[in-house]
Write a protein that binds this ligand. Structure first.
Ligand code: ZN
Length: 203
């Protein structure tokens, strides 16, 4: 990494899919989505690399492009943030078994349409995948790839297993055997909730 950007902690990638991990780049601790961890375009690139959305070589290209075109990178970051919040507004009710709002679906669909327009088939060595090339869309590659991940998984996954942490706003697919995962991370929200219960009982 060339920017001195701190690597994204792997333990915070709890969503089970890139579009959920993007939604989880805000907050922690409470339901208030007030702590934005994507403070800059390079922070977005560091997240994308940790989440497997871009390779290390692509990340270096994007860091350089963001330095050369700071205004374009800032616009792109704003677009990703807007997409992220639309995703959260779309998925949070669904995790609670409620229908999503049409306006949020429209906003997510606009990003998906942009990604699909730039997408092509790529050969992985084993199979074909629908992918967006860095050369095709430049700084927008992260937005496009995450939008494709949302299309692929929301179309195919059993959304009965989509959950929102009972304590904070993080979303995840519950792939546990018994389907009773309640927390984003047991060592974060799970332990804090347990401690609170303990204080309430004993304090
Ligand atoms: Zn949580």
């Amino acid at each position: 990494m060339t920017t001195g950007q701190v690597a994204w902690p792997a333990a915070d990638l709890v969503g089970g899919a890139p579009f959920l991990d993007l939604a989880n780049t805000v907050g922690g601790r409470t339901k208030a989505r007030e702590m934005d961890r994507l403070a800059s375009y390079p922070a977005l690139v560091a997240w994308a690399q940790a989440a497997g959305v871009v390779s290390a070589a692509e990340a270096d290209t994007l860091f350089a492009a963001a330095t050369a075109g700071a205004a374009a990178a800032e616009r792109c970051l704003q677009e990703v943030r807007a997409f992220r919040e639309a995703l959260y507004r779309l998925l949070s009710p669904m995790a609670a078994g409620r229908a999503p709002q049409e306006t949020d679906l429209d906003q997510v669909n606009r990003a998906i349409a942009k990604a699909c327009a730039a997408a092509r088939l790529a050969w992985t060595g084993k199979r074909f995948v629908r992918s967006v090339g860095l050369d095709d869309v430049g700084l927008e590659v992260i937005l496009c790839r995450v939008a494709l991940s949302a299309l692929r998984l929301l179309d195919a996954e059993d959304l009965d297993r989509l959950r929102e942490c009972e304590r904070c706003s993080w979303l995840f697919f519950d792939r546990s055997k018994n389907g009773r995962r309640r927390w984003c991370r047991m060592d974060a929200c799970g332990n804090r909730a347990k401690a609170e219960r303990h204080y309430r009982k004993n304090g």
